[in-house]
Each structure stands twice: as C-alpha cells, then as structure tokens.
Write a protein that binds this ligand. Sequence first.
Ligand SMILES: [Zn+2]
Length: 463
Amino acid sequence: MRRLLTLLAVLAIALLARGVLAETILTPQGPAEVFSRGGQFDLAEVLRLTGAEVQFAAAAGSYSAVLGQREVQFTPGGTLAVVDGRLTALPTPVRLVDGRPLGTAATAEALLSALGWTLRQGARGWEVAALGGGERLQVSVVRDAGGTLIVVRGTAQEPRVILTPGQVGLLFAAPVALAEPIRPDGELTGGELNGPLLTLRLKDGVAVSSSYALPDPPRYVVRLGGEAQAAVVPLAPARRAGPLVVLDPGHGGEDQGAKGPASELEKSITLAVARATAARLQAAGVTARLTREGDDGVSLGNRTALANQLQADAFVSIHANAYRGKAVRGAETYYMSVDASDADAAAAAAAENVDAAPDTVQLILWDMAHVANLNASARLARSIQERFNELQGIKDRGIRQAPFVVLTGATMPAALVEIGFLSNPADARRLTSATGQEELAGVLAEAVLAFLRSREPAAEAGR
Ligand SMILES: [Zn+2]
C-alpha cells in the first residue's frame, strides 16, 4: 500500500512537472474531465460539453463548433474567431499542442458565449452552463411624426440586421426569447423567433429606413419608410435550389462615398446598380440578396457576415471611384490580399476602408487559410473586369489586389468592383443615368453568371 502511494505520488509529481492535468468541469450532466495543460484547456473538449458538434477542417486548418443554429470557427495560431459568420477577437491566441487546440479560460469563455453558454469558476470549481433563458423580447409598433417604428423591448443587444424584401431579420448574439407572440399591426404583418433570429414581416412595399439601439429602457428600433423601393427584388424562396449571390451596394446612410459632378452620390449609384443587377440575376434563376435594401449605414463587417450567414456562392461589393484626375476612366476590379498590388490599389483600399473599425489591422492579418477562395476570387474578378473593359471600350486596367476590409473574412469567392470614375465626364454620364446604370448592371450580372457557370462541377455537387 505504501509503495503504491509512493508510486502514485511520483506519478502525480511527474504529471504536475509537465503541467499535464485533467481538469474537472461541472456540466448540467455532471462532472466531466477535460484535458488541460499549463492553465490552458482543450477548447474542443470544452465546447463539446455544451452538446456542440466540434469538427476540425484540415483544409482550412480551423475548428468549427455547431450548436443548434449557432456556429463558431477558430484557427489555432490566431486570436480571431468567426461567430455566426462574423469576425470576433479572442482574448488570447489558440495554440495547437500535440494535436489539441489549447486556450485560456477567457478564450474558452469567449467561444462558449458565442454558443450561448458560459464557463465560470464557482465554489465547486470550473463549471459550464447555458446562459440564463435569455432576454425576453417584446415587439410593438409605434407611430410618431417621422413615421412608423417597430420597437423591440427587453434587450440591450445590437442585433445584426438582415434585410430581405418584405422582411427584416434581427440576429441576436446572446440568447433571446419572445415574451409574447408577435401581433400584426399595420405595417408589421407578423413574425417569429427561430433560435437567435427574430424575423419581422412587413406589408408589401414597406421598407426599412434605419435601425438602432436606444438605452433607458434598453430597446432596439427599426424605423420603416425611407426611400421608395422602385425596383423591389422579388422575394427569394426560403430554400434555395440554385446558387446564391450577395451584392453589396457600397456605402449608405451617413457614409455617402464619392461624389459626382452634380453632387450625385456614390451610395445611391451603387444601390441602383445593385438592385438592377439583382433583378437580372433573379431572372436568370440565381438568388440575389443585397447587404442593404435602402439608404442604410451597414458596417463593413456586417456586409460579409450576411454573405457568410447565407453561405453565398459569391460576394460582390459595388463601388464607384472618383478624384484621380478627369482623364482616368473605366472599371477596376479587386480581390482580397494582405498586400496591395500597387500604390493606386493601396489608395483605393484606404479610401474604401475609412468606415472600418480600429481593429482592422488585425482583421486584415486574418489567417490566409480563410482566403482559400483566392483563386476563385481572382476568376470572379477577371470575369467582371473583362466585361467592363468591353462595355467601356478600354484596355485592361488589370485585376488588382488590395486589403479591402469589406472583403476580409468572406468565406466565399469575393470581389470588389469600382464600376467607373465619377470624376470622368463619360463615366459619370453612364453612372448617373438610368440607362447607364442598366448597362452596368447587365454587364455585372453577365459576369457573375459566367463565373457561376465556370465553377467546377465537383464544387457544385459538394454544396
Ligand atoms: Zn466606394
């Protein structure tokens, strides 16, 4: 007995010396052992305690954990995670040690909270638990002098807003529940909560003009009205059979973008061209979604987040250039790269990145493994550039690469096209006239369709 104890003590000391321990974590199902070394946990094991399905994708070099409708992805060696399609910074980096993704308790907590769970150290040690039943939301319609508002009370969260024709989706990060069923009232015809996504259905022809969070009491407001939707994109079927493309009309809201000779705004031009392009894609059997339906300010991160969320087959951000001397004209197409291909490309990226958050630099250094679509992005960019060259009668300006923030974190082929120069009189005429915008949309739709057709059959079958 004494010898056995000695042996155990030696073994324990040896294990401690290496810092290898199995940490006990309490779960709703009882205590569980999780691999831990040097104060770091095996994050995959911790995430599995929630019931999440955790998998390692060797091709991307990243882990994904899926629990219900929520998903989080993280890559060893980095401090970034993708939470429901959106890039998020982790408190400390994830390290891969002996084939295990190790992270601190703070990082484990950050990943767990993305799934609606928490890791805490209580009197009885470490514990994972589901976050309390969630905030209870109350949805009501309020009318004021400025028009109609849909007010969601009971939350201080700023949900991700997903606009589709005829409805607005509010995607919450922390768990929510409905305090009572949504009652139709005027412009609000109904709605429901599916996991973290609150869908509000709107009367025909009603659009969202803006949305924002307000304090005291905390609530989230969706203002209806705004500019009339002249070219409403037909509502896509809920389950898509064919490909889906997300078009991103650059700028919007207070961010007006570049200005034309008669103060025409880039944000309006990009929206008009995006709508017309979407209509053409829909007519060709491709589901098209816009990152904004009206004159809304949408953060750069939310634009790709929508595309990731919808698992789009392609993402195209639409812009118009200006201020480089009147002689310069024609389209330019970019795809994502950490380094700009030349000084002009760097300047264009800097101009479009002004709305970016301060942690942009970190986001730009996002593991290039996630830009596994680089070749496909290059093909998408070329397909677009070739057709614009033809329309505009110019020699190839060349496909360029630049660190556009709006393209970072896209998990599908993505390109940004500057469809012309507002500072050039000929380009400006086309950009600002309805017929010109239709021409540009025709060319862009054709380019996207050609790109979709060119994809490998295997890639299609895999979807
Ligand atoms: Zn722009």
